[in-house]
Design a protein around this ligand. Structure first.
Ligand code: ADQ
Length: 465
């Protein structure tokens, strides 16, 4: 069996201290690497002046990290990744910054990664590169003569062609993707928008079997939705910490219905719009006052980036306004918490919530929606309200799908969820649960690796020569 080499910006392999916020990628890959004899390469998250690799093995997962120079972090991570690609790929052209220095730093850091990782790759290794931070890495590794099977998975949406072409170096970026053998997207929608770019901007041809050909280069592109480690999450719901949290939530709710939101504090998650929707619900349903409350958990992320500080300030003031307008001496309609919690605490909170409110404006997938479903009591499950613009909506279509931009849509869905008869809740939940159980992270990993094993890597060799 080939070794699996995973490369992503941040390595969040398991540590002795697992509490705190974990990104979706970390949650998914930890489970995947444990099953294979893998190494996870990436940035340590630290600033330092040496790019020496540091290896560490814990709980069956080996990781190897490097530090980055301060300028690299500013241009590559805070800059191109978080101020250029992230907003652009989430359809937020107005927040997208176009700086040559950012692009230069991005390509430079990808070359650094390539030069330190390349020597550790063995001929049989399968290489799996993750996400928008690392798009050109495959090309960098090919420049070193590597002919390994190499796949790339994009965790975020692929933007419409007309938006992508606002990026001055769009063609160069997409060209570099053709160094991989396989590219995976979260769903058919992002795959189709990628196809559209290839056909309209590159004169490419899409084959029946997922092959995408531009000139003399052929790669394969597939939709491969990521899942959660459903069995582990479900087992976690029974842990003593989850039970304790559940009890605490039930007690502190004092008979009121709990609506829960759990997100990284990010403008793509639609938190402001969600608060507006909840406010509309309170304005238009006075009978519901003191009967429900919204618990929004949102630990800050990317605090170096101005747009993230802005959204935080807006949410602080909006949550204050909602509570100021509606709270009573014994009822606070919105509990807004800016910290991360361990997975078992989250499981207990999800379980106690009658409604899971997941309303991103745009999201590659969204694992919180799946975790909420996994945590429910089969005999009395809560209702998932899900944005139609989350990648997860393609699989979880038994949720109440909403337009996250519409406060009325959100308010109506909250009411419908809170009053839904138990039989309907069970019926919807069963289908959602079935999906998250079958299309879990193991299924995702297998589907991607199987597809990578199927493609003929000689296609790269032939074209490189
Ligand atoms: P993210 O944008 O980070 O991931 P998401 O899929 O929702 O978003 O994953 C978040 C993960 O972090 C979940 O496992 C959640 O439990 C955890 N988390 C969130 N808030 C937390 C908190 N307060 N405390 C503890 N844990 C918290 C990116 C893409 C997504 C895609 C994933 C995986 O943006 O669209 O689903 O990668 O591909």
């Amino acid at each position: 069996m080939s070794r699996l080499i995973v490369i992503s910006n941040r390595v969040q392999a398991p540590t002795a201290n697992e509490s705190g916020a974990q990104g979706g990628l970390a949650v998914a890959l930890t489970a995947a690497l444990r099953e294979a004899d893998g190494i996870w390469f990436g940035w340590s998250g630290e600033i330092g002046d040496t790019s020496e690799l540091r290896f560490r093995t814990y709980d069956g997962v080996t990781s190897a990290t490097i530090d980055l120079l301060e300028q690299d972090v500013e241009e590559y991570y805070d800059g191109y990744a978080n101020r250029t690609l992230w907003p652009l790929f989430h359809y937020r052209l107005g927040l997208t910054e176009f700086e040559r220095d950012f692009q230069g730093g991005y390509e430079r850091v990808n070359r650094v990664f390539g030069s330190v990782i390349g020597p550790h790759i063995e001929p049989d290794d399968l290489i799996w590169v993750h996400d928008y931070h690392m798009i050109p890495l495959g090309w960098v590794l090919r420049q070193q003569g590597l002919t390994n099977r190499m796949g790339f998975f994009l965790h975020i949406p692929w933007p419409p062609t007309r938006l992508l072409t606002a990026l001055p170096e769009h063609r160069r970026l997409v060209d570099s993707l053709f160094a991989y053998d396989l590219i995976g997207f979260q769903n058919d929608e992002w795959l189709e928008t990628f196809h559209d770019y290839v056909v309209t901007e590159m004169g490419g041809v899409i084959g029946d079997n997922g092959d995408v050909t531009v000139g003399n280069r052929t790669i394969r592109a597939i939709a491969c939705p990521i899942g959660i480690d459903a069995r582990e999450f479900i087992a976690g719901v029974e842990s003593s910490q989850a039970r304790e949290t559940h009890k605490r939530m039930v007690e502190s709710s004092a008979g009121r219905g709990l609506i829960v939101g759990v997100d990284r504090l990010d403008y793509s998650k639609g938190l402001e719009e969600r608060f507006n929707g909840y406010q509309r619900f309170l304005e238009t349903r006075p009978d519901a006052h003191a009967q429900v409350y919204l618990l929004q958990i949102a630990p800050p992320s990317r605090v170096e980036v101005e747009s993230y500080r802005d959204i935080r300030a807006q949410l602080d003031s909006l949550s204050g306004r909602i509570n100021g307008a509606f709270a009573d001496i014994d009822w606070v309609p919105l509990r807004y918490v800016n910290q991360g919690y361990s997975r078992s605490v989250l499981a207990g909170i999800y379980r106690a919530a009658q409604v899971g409110l997941v309303t991103p404006l745009r999201d590659g997938m969204n694992l919180v929606a799946k975790e909420y479903v996994a945590a429910q009591d089969p005999a009395d499950p809560g209702v998932l309200i899900l944005s139609r613009f989350a990648g997860a909506a393609a699989q979880l279509n038994q949720a109440l799908l909403v337009n996250p931009y519409s406060p009325d849509d959100i308010a109506d869905a909250i009411e419908r969820a809170l009053t839904m008869p138990r039989e309907e809740r069970i019926e919807r939940w069963r289908q959602l649960y079935d999906n998250i159980l079958h299309e879990d992270v193991i299924w995702w990993r297998k589907r991607f690796i199987d597809a990578l094993m199927e493609v003929e890597p000689a296609r790269w060799r032939a074209h490189a020569s």
